[in-house]
Design a protein around this ligand. Sequence first.
Ligand SMILES: O=C(O)[C@H](O)CO
Length: 466
Amino acid sequence: MISVCPLVPMVPESKRAAANGGRVPLAVRDKQRTTSAFTGTYDEGEICKLLAMLSSRMALRRLQRIAVAPLSFTSGATTKVLRDMSTLPRVYVTRQIPPEGLKILQDSGQVQFELWDSDDVPVPRKELLQKVKGVDGLLCVLTEKIDAELLDAAGSNLKVISTMSVGFDHLSLEELKKRGIRVGYTPEVLTDAVAELTVALLLATSRRLIEATHEAKTGGWGTWRTLWLCGYELANSTVGILGLGRIGVAIAERLAPFKVNKFIYADVGPRPELAKAINAEYVTLDELAKQSDFLLVCCALTPETKEICNKNLFSKMKNTSIFINTSRGGVVNQEDLYEALSTGQIAGAGLDVTVPEPLPTSHPLFTLKNCVILPHIASASYSTRNAMSALAANNLLLGLRRQPMIKELKLTLCSDSAFLHFDRTSADARVRCGGREVGRPLFISYPPLSLRSRGPARLEEEEEAS
Ligand SMILES: O=C(O)[C@H](O)CO
């Protein structure tokens, strides 16, 4: 339910509003948990922007589950504004993030922050290690490795890390958990953008659009020819998804109108709730390779999924198949992919992600006509990047207030040292540790292959509970 009208009575004390310069305290609450999920003070324009940001299809779905309610500032946000800046928590922002997030930080009156003021070059590691000394919070992007060295350099004040990404393979989760540092990330807001780009990349690869424009521009376009630049079509095809999560579902929803015959998926276990939405069949990884005309990689990069797409997988694929990766480059063994593409083992590949990034222009994959390479732009739409930046900023502020973040990685360290991480939005499975249910595995946009476990922890499939 979207409750907009209560915004007016939500100016509860004119004095407080006046002290806030006409700004209105606003909280979006998770109805079930009755915890604040989104808090801050906003003026009319910002509320409009906030609502606009939230009006994407995915966000609307989320909003159906949350309510807007007055915020009670137990910690006194208005007084924070008046407080001497130097007493505010210190935050380092590792990139010039899109304006919505920066504005949220600036206007919060809750933090003092320093920014690496460039989007073109990442902050040099040496500078980063210097800048994080003594900070309370860190807002980073996926180019920064957050490991023991960095956490040591930051010191014990550091309590919150917020990454402007859904991927978290740049974070040493074990180190973070050990140190009790909370982690925010940005799933969901990028689902539509990533799904759109994946479809675009798939079509560009399968219908050879890059080759075609090159031929047209460089004089290769002779007479109309019967088999020249022919590719493979989606109609009547089987589309396979490796790692079925929100993004996989969103891609399948977009591909279905192209008259795909069948969707199949492989994962650590069946995900009936998600699969139902797209009528997808659960298969083994081998079957996924064998049956897919289009194989889409949507799983997170974890130790378990590292180079899961290798010689073994490619050798089982049809030589008419198209391989698409918009998750992380590390999921693919690039030498094996090169081999599969150059020998005609598979027909083509579309990659939005590589190892390393940027991929050197001299890399052999760039020599192949049947390989389309994009510079990691799946989530790169203005609205999505702004939404990611806003979510990352809000996660950070909420974390620093010791409140639940809007999107937080739940890190759990079992007493028997099994290490697992969770997200409350996961659906079809539970994780048990030493016979005790300790939560659900982390299913984000690139799910549940992201489950990591050691020792006795294990994944148990169960019916969706709620
Ligand atoms: O992890 C992420 O958020 C994406 O890869 C950025 O597009």
